[in-house]
Design a protein around this ligand. Structure first.
Ligand code: THU
Length: 132
């Protein structure tokens, strides 16, 4: 299944009764498998989770840790890019040149990379001097 199709399918299951803003995310991992997730809101608003977080959790639960490509789909007046927290979450599992595809339910809108979306990101390398 393409990332576009997977994101479109999972977005139908978004639980977004508070924002009514439905998001789907789909990623391809190193094995070639596709994992997807939707946003899951909560009456206690800060407990809600983004679509990207769901897709990443599904990948990690399946025993994989490398994102090769990720697509985010929403429906708004302008292309919807990942929030700051999701950029950080993606960068944990993706090389800087990993392609991030932004799409609406009807078309791919543009492509960028996680390195372009989150330059100078904090990562594992910054923890290298931490002693246990
Ligand atoms: N949302 C995502 O799922 N991913 C993003 O990158 C941006 C925002 C969700 C969170 C919330 O449920 C809704 O969109 C409105 O912010």
């Amino acid at each position: 299944m393409s990332l576009f199709e997977a994101a479109k399918f999972v977005r139908e299951n978004a639980h977004a009764p508070y924002s009514n803003f439905h998001v789907g995310a789909a990623l391809r991992s190193a094995s070639g498998a596709v994992f997807s997730g939707c946003n899951v809101e909560n009456a206690a608003y800060p407990e809600g989770t983004c679509a990207e977080a769901g897709a990443i959790a599904a990948m990690v639960a399946a025993g994989e840790t490398q994102i090769m490509e990720i697509l985010i789909m929403a429906d708004a007046d302008q292309p919807v890019t990942p929030c700051g927290g999701c950029r950080q979450k993606i960068s944990e599992f993706a090389d800087k040149d990993v392609v991030v595809i932004i799409a609406s339910p009807t078309a791919e809108q543009f492509r960028t990379t996680i390195g372009e979306m989150l330059p100078g990101s904090f990562g594992l390398d910054h923890l290298s001097k931490v002693k246990s």
